[in-house]
Write a protein that binds this ligand. Structure first.
Ligand SMILES: [Mn+2]
Length: 203
C-alpha cells in the first residue's frame, strides 16, 4: 500500500528541563482539538489553527516559562505534522490563503517541500503582550513551527487595528494554507513517478 493511503497520524512526547509536551495529530481529521498549555491565548490560537486546517490536534504542555512552552510546542507540533506527512508524496504541496478577521487581514503561503525558510512580513502588533501571550513569542512560534516542519512559510499581516484579531487572522491564514498544501492530490495517484510533486523527484 502506498504511504499516502496510511492514516496520517502521529504522536510525540518531548521532555526537557524546561518543558514537558505531549502532541497528537490526525491530518485527515475534522479540526477537533484539546489544547492545554497554561497560556490561554495560545490555546485559543492552536484551537483556531486546528479548526481551520481540519487537523485534529491534542496538546498537553507544562513548563517553567511561557517562552519555553510556546517554543517547544511549536517544535513538537511542527515535528509531529512532519511525521504524519511521512514522505510528503501525493499531496498538493503548495497552499496559500487570505484570512480576514473583522478589520484585520492576513495572508499565508506554504510550500511543504523540505526547504526551510520563514518570512514574517509587516508583523506590526501594537501591544507587547496580547491577552497572556508576549508578541515576540507569537513571531517565535511561526518561525519555530516552520523550522521544525522543515517547510517554507510566508505570513504577511496585510493590515488591521485590533491586536487579537491581527494575530488570529495570521493563524487562520496559516491553517487554510496548510489545509490546502497537505491535501491529497488525486492526479498524483496515477503512477509512482507522478506521485512526488517535485521535478527533482524527491521532496
Ligand atoms: Mn479570538
Amino acid at each position: 500500500m502506498p504511504a499516502r493511503d496510511l492514516p496520517r497520524t502521529a504522536n510525540l512526547e518531548t521532555r526537557t528541563k524546561e518543558t514537558r509536551i505531549e502532541v497528537r495529530v490526525n491530518l485527515d481529521g475534522t479540526g477537533r482539538s484539546h489544547i492545554s498549555t497554561g497560556i490561554r491565548f495560545f490555546d485559543h490560537m492552536i484551537s483556531s489553527f486546528a479548526t481551520h486546517s481540519l487537523i485534529d490536534i491534542n496538546i498537553r504542555a507544562r513548563g517553567d516559562l511561557r517562552h519555553h512552552i510556546v517554543e517547544d510546542c511549536a517544535i513538537a507540533l511542527g515535528k509531529c505534522i512532519g511525521m504524519a506527512l511521512d514522505a510528503r508524496e501525493g499531496i498538493l504541496r503548495f497552499g496559500s490563503s487570505f484570512a480576514p478577521m473583522d478589520e484585520s487581514l492576513a495572508f499565508a503561503a506554504v510550500d511543504l517541500v523540505k526547504r526551510n525558510y520563514c518570512v514574517l512580513s509587516n508583523f506590526e502588533i501594537r501591544r507587547n503582550v496580547i491577552e497572556d501571550l508576549p508578541k515576540e513569542d507569537v513571531a517565535h512560534f511561526f518561525r519555530s513551527f516552520s523550522n521544525s516542519l522543515n517547510c517554507t512559510t510566508h505570513i504577511r499581516l496585510e493590515y488591521g487595528s485590533n491586536d487579537h484579531h491581527k494575530i488570529e487572522a495570521c493563524f487562520k491564514a496559516l491553517a487554510l494554507a496548510m489545509r490546502r498544501a497537505m491535501e491529497k492530490d488525486p492526479r498524483r495517484r496515477v503512477s509512482p513517478s507522478s506521485s512526488v510533486p517535485s521535478s527533482k523527484g524527491v521532496m
